[in-house]
Design a protein around this ligand. Sequence first.
Ligand code: SF4
Length: 467
Amino acid sequence: MRLVSPLLRLAGKTFSILVLGCRTNLSEAEALASMLEERGAVFCREARGGTDIVIILTCSVTSAADAKARKFIRRARRQNKSAVIVACGCSVQHLPAEEASELGADILIGNRMKSALPDALYEWFASERDLGPALISRRDMSLGENAAWDELSLDRPRLRDRAFVKVQDGCGRRCSYCIVPSVRGAEVSRPAADIIREVSGIVESGCREAVLTGVHIGSYKSEYGGLGGLIERLSGIKGLMRLRMGSLEPFAVTGELLDALSRSGVFCPHLHLPLQSGDDETLARMRRGYDTDAFRRMLGRVRSALGGDVHISTDLIVGFPGETESAFARSLGFLEESGFGKIHVFPFSPREGTDAAKMSGRVDAAIIKERVRRAAELAGRLLSRYASGKVGSREEIFCESSRPGHTPGVSVVSGWTRHYLKVYALSRGQGFEGTEISVSPKSEIGGILFGEGISKEDFSEELIYCG
Ligand code: SF4
């Protein structure tokens, strides 16, 4: 058998990636794409019936997410009869091998094992047997104790315009509704030198914006201290124009971190701080580790460090066991007083394997539905209130899409402000993708900002265009 250089064992194989779940999954998908292209494989954006390999990053945060993972594996098999179907990540951690085969999966890659994918693929293609090998599984079922870092690296983003850079994995907390620690394992921080090297390489590749991701990034530790020390080093990378962070647990907002963010010239003033409930008794049953007073004080520290117009977004779980009408009313009241921008509202869904799933005091599904409607309505008003504060200001956006507008020589552009608000605007000229342009929002609808002269036609077609 002719020996092939290990680096080119996948030469010419086409692959596509489907990402379910969180930004950590997205950063891992981007890194997997890097690793496979490094081995000669070819990345394809579309997965419709054509690539040799289809990779699915799965999520297990709710039972619905698990069901979706199964649906995506089945669909990938149906649409790609002869492809190698690879299922990775959180839902795979507890997917029985037999069921995985029935769904159509060929390779299972668990958490902390994703760097094993290229070799698993090579083993698959190297096997001569007509029927192809049996299911290949690379999973560490005793993930709880495993604090090893899974070496993945990213050279440039392929799935998104900005680079999602994974800096941390796992979680040592035990919020009563959360399955994540059992599928992502113990907390581990990536060496700071690797992160700095990676972000420098990404900037050299032409990408100017990086988003730090992880399961509990607030627990990050390195020779430079906590997350603040890392942010300080990254902020010094020449050519990096924007630095953002994924979700940050409220109990991880330290003085060290706020100092570093306030001194950084590239950190974008948006923090996603999941509140989950505005009622102290509910927070206690959730085992969140803070009450509304502590959260209120933390918000005060954030605003004095980063300015009163910092965009603070959050998550709210509605209908947690034992949530009474008055407890829910307290949650709405706390949202109103806290000046949030974007609020993600989630109906409580019992997750097997969590303590909350065994709790008494279940709230009726119809009541949960009604409360979600009320919370979403308030969320819409609060986002509009926050975003309309930017009307008339001057905003820099990184242009993610640009297409000809109705007026010849004028483009309709869209992108995100530093405060993480979506903007649509007109700009004279064309080909603005990947550039930073300055716009002056003149109006706001539903938390989206619109520049001068954007007409209803541009708007509606633009939305259709962006999907
Ligand atoms: S901090 Fe809580 S909610 Fe967040 S991943 Fe850990 S256990 Fe889950």
